[in-house]
Design a protein around this ligand. Sequence first.
Ligand code: ADP
Ligand code: MG
Length: 695
Amino acid sequence: MLYSYQNCVLKGCETVAQLYGGIRFIKGIGEQRAKTLEKLGIHTLYDLVSYFPRDYEDRSGLVSLSEVKDGESAYVRALVCSKPLLYRVRGGRQLVKFEISDDTGKCGVTFFNQPYVKDNIHYGKEYCFYGKFSRAGNFIQLTSPVYEAPDAESVVMGGIVPIYRLTAGVSQKILASAIKQGLSAIKDGLPEILPASTREKYKLTDVVSAYNLIHFPRTEADIARARERLVFEELFVLSCALRQRRNTVGTQKGRVFADTDAEEFYSALPFEPTKAQKRAIEECFADMRSGRLMNRLVQGDVGSGKTLVAAACFWLAARSGCQAAFMAPTEILAEQHFSTLSSMLEPFGINCVLLTGSMTKKQKSEALEKISLGEAQLVIGTHAILSETVDFFDLGLVITDEQHRFGVEQRTELSKKGKTPHVLVMSATPIPRTLALIIYGDLDVSVIDELPPGRQKVDTYAVGEDMRERINKFIAKLVGEGRQVYIICPAIDENEAYNYASVETYYEKLKTEIFPDIPIACLHGKMKGTEKDEIMRAFKDGETKILVSTTVIEVGVDVPNAALIVIENAERFGLSQLHQLRGRVGRGQYKSYCVLFDQLGSEESKQRLGALCKLSDGFKISEVDLKLRGPGDFFGSRQSGLPVTKLADLSCGMDSLMAAQQEAEELLHSDPGLKAPANRALAEKISALSAVSLN
Ligand code: ADP
Ligand code: MG
């Protein structure tokens, strides 16, 4: 991370340059070691002291050698009672061996591949050792312990010690000692980011104590106090960054769309929009007519009818005389949206074109021409829309479907194609509101919390291999009644080619051995666009009855006649993803089922899949998923585009998250540009953060 230190408010001025300078001045850090530390992201003194422990070990409680137990770690103080000797053994390994003793017994000590220990440990001197002992009767052994002379200023011994994430060439001892020296060089020269009022209100400790305590706590309570403050700080900085972004976007001018009555659009639909759909549409329309730029997220469970909201917005854009773009995460989905939206919008004279990576050169250049001349009013496609060759005549609205698949970056990329077009994102992975606030903190949120009428609950069963026969019979029975069936195979390997092979092998078996009389097809992401297209069309038209597929059908695919989805190795999926897959059925009038094959059958998988059988609300499911799998899936930088926080564990930090957000809001209200001298350190931190990941 880069900080410009001129602006930082520090107490001791001479330490400013030092804080953002190198760490070579620290005893024990030479050129080589400084290079090694860079691998851990440590460049400056500030980086060094911000390198927080990943864990702690309680090494308090000295024991005597007679008390150590086999297989347990302990902390002893003992005399070196034999000269340390270096041995070379086969395979080039080097051992240092010696004996230690105290009043109660003797113990053999062995170090592997640390030849220098021979010269560091002196015969006849006393040391403290910490490590894992093995014991058989009175015969005690200790392997590669950490050690320290008892008169040394303790950093790795005694009491609670920090455990850092390491890299080759840096030991816990080196790191802890460097950090200790770093902290004492800085003294009280760390920038305070939290406003004094906030610290007072939540009784949070000051920055200097927090940094000292997080590294070198004396008690568990110290760790808790330091963590509380530092987690709060992370969430506070993140909240400020998102809030500021939203404030800037919120004041950006947007094109004013036409004030046309939505009833005209509704009346042409084959069904009545639900109340929730109408509400979301009204919220979008209000944004697009307000003169400010729309920057909104529509969240709705699978099947809640988000496409209709998009269609209404496209209709309004066309009525307002500009172009719109719709970006989907897969070709199948883009093609499906193309056919749905064309049939909904062409009656209004709105011209739609498709743009995907697998189109022929000729098809593409035709589409591109229509786009640049403004003949195409709606462009539907995959990320191919982002490519440089796409030149819009007048882009006024951008909608991305299944937002979680796109990074924030791509979202921004597409906006650049127009003169600040309105932006709407649609997410099919409902997430708990608290989390949405942080992941989508820069967006306004509409929620579609109602399903179209007549939807039935999809009966869901988690089963084992013993049910295979019965499930196969059930598949045949449903097909006999005219319904269609999905069979989903998971990604079983990192190697994509291997996955496709396994889907195809399974498909061959089903086709030749198990359902020889049923039209069956196979679909996977490696196929050509046209091939996939044809397979999907045949399934949609009911020509094929069973579709064996990878998760490429996970999002958005709509075949109302499908009444059963069988998911192999369901235990490998996240609950939200399974819920997505389940959403492929129960889209029409037929009673629908979801069968989850749990090939593992562990307690944990039973519990998770059991939850899915009971729950049908996507928001509740994502909450359970969040509890069981942690926030990584949601919060990971891959999906959200957000920086991974160092400490903040969002699944348990909801209270502080809310508090941090509230404080951020209040602060930005009183000092929107963070111009006050007291807020400059915060402003610096935010711009560093934004440069890294929010843009
Ligand atoms: P999702 O929110 O998962 O993207 P879709 O937009 O694909 O949902 O809609 C799911 C299905 O529900 C589609 O077949 C769509 O035509 C239908 N649908 C949407 N809105 C309504 C409604 N108000 N009444 C009846 N059916 C609807
Ligand atoms: Mg959808």
